[in-house]
Design a protein around this ligand. Structure first.
Ligand code: ZN
Length: 437
């Protein structure tokens, strides 16, 4: 029998969150001398190395001791055309959109530039340990095609869609609703369900979409069962006030989306920094997930995310880096920032390392309706994983040498770990990234 047929037993310190730590005090599982048995791209067993090795003595071991195996990160909010504008500090949302983000998004009309950006974007995801991402495409079908093609080549799981808008941005980013319908339908036909790709209907936000455009989105969702949905919600006070003016019939921001039946499992709305109690309750009732982007919220001065209210109501919250309003691709950094902002928020949640891992992995899978397939190392799940090993001589290595405590190690990974610690990334057991060193 070939090695592939027998599988492979990975030996390292393992962490995963097979249960939601906001609901269970046994959310985090850690195995210091752990074993992860992978066969045909799927997890067969996860636990103590000695026990798994004894049960499957024929399976060869790959010794990765000295490092840490985590489920691949799931980034639930990120914009591919904004790669080149990371670091545009000093502005609030609407000003930043006009002066920094949208001029760059307009450059995606140029096919060669879009193609180059798409390749660099998927490489950056993989290099940071992200194996699944819900991505805002471009306002152009061609550039969005480039993203799907680069994603397919990379092996990553990418859920994305062309961004739809017909007002308020700049004329070269606006589409006619009938063109948006035709081009989106074509993209769905070409890419939804192709390999690891999925399509998400993506109105940019209520501010930039007329009722005719929102009706197009509703039609696309009705005609294409299984496609996901993503947009922005309640990010910034000025944005919220303008949405209220544009949709005088709506009781609040979320109500605009509800009118067009946006929401439910597989729908992800980014931010929700300033929701009413009623909005939080309705999100919970419909099963709509929120992508929490703490680096972006801080960088754009949007505000402190009311995590406790979402958790109490039962809203699924996952993490998003929001490149380029955020500060980079690192989901470990995003977890740390969530922790830091919750320390400062008036009703802040004291997040444990297990909470951070859940928010960066399994919660994202739940938000996308993919938790039967990915998000932890449960048997039968896809072997999507990131192998972290701190560089020799780094502060992270120094901390880890001095402790065997699982919570302290995981906390140190979130506090000090970045792309330099990502050694290998696999999707369905196959490498999508290996560090050059
Ligand atoms: Zn965004």
């Amino acid at each position: 029998m070939s090695t592939a047929g027998r599988g492979e037993l990975l030996r390292a310190h393992l962490f995963h969150t097979p249960r939601n730590p906001f609901r269970s005090d046994k959310g985090l599982e850690s195995h210091a001398d752990g074993g992860l048995l992978v066969r045909d791209g799927k997890v067969v067993a996860c636990g103590e190395y000695g026990e798994i090795h004894a049960a499957y003595p024929e399976v060869p071991t790959t010794d990765l001791r000295g490092g840490f195996l985590l489920p691949g990160f799931v980034d639930t909010h990120i914009h591919f055309p904004q790669l080149h504008i990371l670091g545009g500090l000093g502005r609030q949302l609407l000003d930043w959109l006009e002066c920094v983000a949208l001029p760059e998004e307009a450059r995606m009309a140029e096919p060669a530039y879009a193609c180059q950006t798409a390749r660099a974007f998927v490489n950056a995801l993989a290099a940071h340990g992200t194996t699944t991402a819900l991505v805002f495409g471009a306002h152009f079908a061609g550039a969005t095609t480039s993203l799907f093609e680069a994603a397919e080549k990379s092996g990553l799981r990418i859920v994305s869609g062309m961004v739809l808008s017909d007002r308020r941005l700049r004329p070269d980013l606006h589409q006619l609703p009938e063109d948006a319908y035709r081009e989106s339908t074509d993209l769905i036909r070409r890419f939804h369900g192709k390999g690891r790709l999925l399509y998400a209907v993506t109105p940019r936000f209520a501010l930039s979409a007329s009722e005719a455009m929102l009706e197009v989105c509703q039609t696309l969702l009705r005609e294409n069962p299984g496609v996901r949905f993503q947009t922005h919600l309640n990010e910034n006070q000025q944005e919220i006030a303008e949405v209220a003016q544009l949709f005088p019939w709506a009781s609040d921001y979320l109500n605009v989306y509800e009118r067009f039946q946006f929401g439910g499992r597989g729908a992800v709305m980014a931010h929700n920094v300033h929701p009413s109690d009623s909005e939080v309750e309705r999100l919970a009732a419909s099963g709509t997930a929120i992508s929490h982007c703490p680096c972006s919220n801080a960088a754009l001065g949007s505000g402190l995310f009311p995590l406790q209210r979402h958790i109490t109501a039962g809203v699924t919250c996952a993490l998003g880096t929001d490149v380029g309003g955020g500060t980079g691709f690192g989901m470990l950094k995003e977890g740390l920032q969530a922790y830091l902002l919750q320390r400062l928020a008036p009703d802040g949640v004291l997040l444990s390392p297990g909470h951070l891992l859940y928010l960066a992995t399994r919660a994202g899978a739940e938000a996308l309706g993919l938790d039967e397939e990915i998000g932890d190392f449960g048997p039968g799940k896809a072997a999507d994983l990131v192998y972290l090993r701190p560089p020799q001589g780094s502060p992270l290595a120094a901390v880890i040498e001095q402790t065997g405590d699982a919570d302290r190690i995981l906390a140190a990974l979130f506090t000090l770990g970045g792309a330099e610690s990502v050694r290998e990334v696999r999707v369905e057991g196959a490498a999508v990234y290996r560090s050059p060193a």
